[in-house]
Design a protein around this ligand. Structure first.
Ligand code: AMP
Ligand code: MG
Length: 419
């Protein structure tokens, strides 16, 4: 076949994936931190160390139902010669105990109740007999036993949660315990998503001949959510420069980032290119990758804008390669990239020789061969079902036209293994 302008298998004159990603990431800044209530801060990265202002727990309490006593008095107690103590008070949960445990005395105490002054141990209820006002201790307990000490979890002045830590369930619990209910975090990036194309219709409409249902908006919605960011679907925009500019400008106020799909190739109808090419801060470039070769990236009124190609698999892969790490950087994540494994290919994979191919694979851990990657279908960038069947993207590097069955490949895992 004649290739007058561009040989689609050659990587000549294209940016490498690493160069292109670096070019994008170097222009992405972390979002300004905000104080958010705990439930909104969930999943966000803490922007400032939180130091414990008090001991955790704040007061010593009993870990058992029983009797708060002085350990020195009960040390030698046995079933044969029990120690008898007078019950002079009750320590109740949620209340400051009144009085002191003196010589020959005990307080009845409930689990979680504060330890009364004078007592240094708790004898569990199973180890006593009660006779009216007198408790007979049948087994002594050592000092400190069955007492949850003040500060045994965290000491006042110690770090509670460090800056850079992503707030998940345990951190929310810790912050709530310490009364930090508006931690300073990097907020979720709000990502405005638009789909360009005269052929596009929403998924609830029945296509006329040649029309295509907009799937990219939903693919991006899921990917953005899954990254911990907040998608805002701005709908379908026709291949018309003024309409696109209008929609983009009208959404800038609610966007930290904008993403559009379609319209970045070389065709005349390539509306994103036509709308933003001249705006100085915007660049269109070709990356030595398949799928996802044409990319647009720049800033519009200071907001990063990703112009992705239109094919559904290109959108998925471009998101993984460029947008996901960018969102992670904006949200202050320490780890921008997905986990990778090395896996053995179960079948040959043929791709464009000069480019990195992102081949959709299903990886599985086997006892005999370790990780094995099975391709889920053809390389066409319109074949979205191949992504749905996959849990990984195998990287077939430039210079390799066919990666052979049995050879080792790097695989980016885009689902957790239990899914
Ligand atoms: P483009 O990059 O605009 O030339 O689009 C490339 C291909 O992707 C065309 O076949 C489009 O119909 C298809 N496409 C573009 N946008 C979408 C979308 N939002 N959902 C599904 N397919 C799309
Ligand atoms: Mg288009």
């Amino acid at each position: 076949m004649a290739t007058p302008h561009h040989d689609h298998d050659s990587g000549e004159g294209l940016l490498s994936v690493e160069e292109a990603r670096e070019k994008v990431l170097s222009q992405i800044e972390p979002l300004q931190p905000l104080e958010l209530p705990l439930t909104d801060a969930y999943g966000c990265v803490l922007a400032k160390d939180v130091v414990a202002q008090r001991d955790l727990p704040e007061f010593a309490s009993s870990a058992m139902d029983g009797y708060a006593v002085r350990s020195s008095e009960v040390r030698d107690a046995t079933q044969a010669s029990p120690v008898e103590l007078r019950v002079v008070g009750r320590a109740l949960i949620g209340q400051r105990p009144e009085g002191t445990v003196g010589g020959g005395e005990a307080f009845q105490i409930a689990t979680g109740a504060p330890i009364p002054a004078g007592a240094d141990t708790v004898v569990p209820i199973e180890n006593v007999e009660v006779r009216g006002n007198v408790v007979r201790i049948l087994f002594g307990t050592d000092e400190g036993k069955h007492i949850r000490r003040a500060g045994e979890d965290v000491k006042s002045g110690d770090a509670l949660v460090n800056s850079g830590r992503r707030l998940q369930a345990p951190e929310l619990a810790l912050l709530a315990t310490a009364g930090v209910w508006h931690p300073l975090v990097r907020p979720r990036a709000r990502v405005v998503v638009l789909s360009t194309g005269d052929e596009l219709i929403p998924p609830f409409q029945t296509p006329e001949f040649g029309q295509v249902r907009d799937s990219n908006a939903y693919s991006l919605f899921g990917a953005i959510r899954e990254a911990g960011a907040a998608p805002i679907l701005a709908g379908i925009v026709r291949d018309d420069v003024d309409s696109l500019k209008d929609v983009v400008l009208s959404h800038l106020g609610q966007a930290d980032v904008l993403v559009s799909s379609g319209g970045v190739s070389v065709g005349e109808r390539d509306v994103v290119k036509a709308a933003f090419y001249r705006r100085g801060e915007f660049d269109f470039f070709r990356v030595a990758m398949q799928p996802g070769m044409p990319q647009g990236f720049g800033h519009i009124e200071g907001k990063p804008y990703f112009g992705l190609p239109g094919n559904p698999v290109s959108v998925f892969v471009s998101f993984e390669v460029f947008i996901r790490p960018s969102l992670m950087k904006m949200m202050g994540r320490r780890n921008l990239f997905r986990p990778e494994i090395t896996a053995r290919l179960a079948d040959d994979v043929t791709g464009p020789k000069g480019k990195t191919q992102f081949a959709r694979v299903r990886v599985k851990r086997t006892t005999r061969e370790g990780w094995v990657a099975t391709p889920t279908g053809g390389r066409g960038s319109n074949l979205i079902a191949t992504v749905s069947r996959a849990n990984g993207l195998a990287l077939i590097p430039p210079g390799v036209a066919t990666a052979r069955a049995g050879s080792d490949v790097r695989v980016i895992l885009f689902r957790s293994m239990e899914e």
